[in-house]
Design a binder for this molecule. Structure first.
Ligand code: HPA
Ligand code: ZN
Length: 339
């Protein structure tokens, strides 16, 4: 099964680049930038990754971001992630970055974008990994700050494909960001938002109805609302689900309680993603393996999850058709029949 998962062509649609900062790289960048961290060993740093909520994770995540100072740092971060993708047969990525987490520390937007984009372009050329880049806004800083950040990004928007909304969810409902999303929509940007991770199903409705998103990040709390479940099954509006993240942040008490396969069987367009893999214990492969181990996911279900990701992606129709064929071809070679 491990080999089957690694060989399956996969797409990742919910990934925070800053959340791929592995302890060893964090320590190396700190040293390169002359910074002192509370940890000196990768092992002790990794041992600090014990979270009981989204906020407890975010506190460490923003602390980790502080070692990212120069263009080369953002390049190294992104390139390490893409090499990992190549080793796991992840062939297309739609990744987030959090510009406000960097500009608030005095790192220019242009520096962040240049490093990330150079790595993404190299990944496309050398590794054959296509990409979309999503600028995400920190909801705890509020809508005015997000509007300012969007205006500051204006000269570079032709290199960015969409916007997202992340950070602390409870107390920051999507409806607080309607002007931001209307503005981004008018600029022709794609729209996604984190909703229904820790927050209630109503936040998912708000993101759909008031922000106009066509894809929800997380969204697992939709299970609490039967009307919403029906709507998501009927419309196939996708959810980018992150199983290891959900268990590590206490959204589900254990992987055995995770609802992603139930949602899949109810006809929702759910996809599997790694969110912040350096902090949550694994990349795409590890997330799929966890579903097999705890929930008995079948090879057919894993193929359908990958096909859902093609459907949910922002690729054009020709690229979607090509990736669909490659997943169906892989399934056929492996003797998996998809009804
Ligand atoms: N949720 C909300 N904000 C985030 C996350 C997440 O999982 N990762 C990075 N920022
Ligand atoms: Zn996320």
């Amino acid at each position: 099964m491990d080999d089957f998962i690694t060989g399956l062509p996969k797409l990742e649609l919910h990934l925070h680049l800053e959340g791929t900062l592995e302890p060893a790289l964090m320590l190396r960048l700190a040293a390169r930038n002359g910074l002192t961290l509370p940890w000196t060993e990768a092992a002790t740093l990794k041992a600090a990754y014990q979270f009981d909520s989204l906020q407890s994770f975010l506190d460490l995540y923003y602390q980790g971001c502080d070692v990212l100072r120069q263009e080369q740092d953002f390049f190294d971060l992104t390139w390490a992630y893409l090499q990992r993708c190549a080793s796991e047969q992840v062939v297309h990525v739609e990744v987030f970055f959090d510009p406000q987490a960097h500009t608030s520390r005095g790192v220019p937007f242009e520096t962040v974008l240049a490093g990330i984009e150079a790595a993404l372009l190299r990944g496309e050329g050398e590794l054959g990994i296509s990409y979309r880049l999503i600028m995400s806004f920190l909801r705890h800083l509020g809508e005015e700050a997000a509007l300012t950040a969007l205006a500051e990004a204006d000269p570079w928007l032709d290199r960015i494909h969409g916007i997202g909304l992340d950070s602390s969810e409870l107390g920051y409902p999507p409806e607080q960001f309607t002007r931001l999303f209307a503005r981004a929509k008018a600029l022709g940007l794609g729209l996604v938002a984190h909703a229904g991770e820790e927050g209630p199903a109503d936040y998912i409705w708000q993101a759909i109805r008031q922000l106009g998103v066509r894809r929800i990040d997380h969204g697992v709390r939709c299970a609490d609302d039967s009307d919403l479940l029906r709507f998501l099954a009927d419309t196939r509006l996708p959810l980018t689900v992150c199983p290891l993240s959900n268990v590590r942040l206490g959204v589900f008490p254990s992987m055995a309680n995770h609802n992603v396969l139930t949602l899949l069987e109810q006809g929702l367009c759910v996809t599997i993603n790694s969110d912040d893999p350096a902090y949550f214990g694994g990349y795409m492969d590890a997330n799929m393996r966890a579903l097999v181990e705890a929930l008995g996911a079948s090879r057919e279900q894993l193929c359908r999850l990958s096909l859902n990701a093609v459907e949910a992606s922002w690729l054009n129709l020709a690229a979607k058709a090509r990736l669909t064929r490659s997943i169906l071809g892989y399934a056929a070679c492996q003797g998996v029949s998809l009804s």
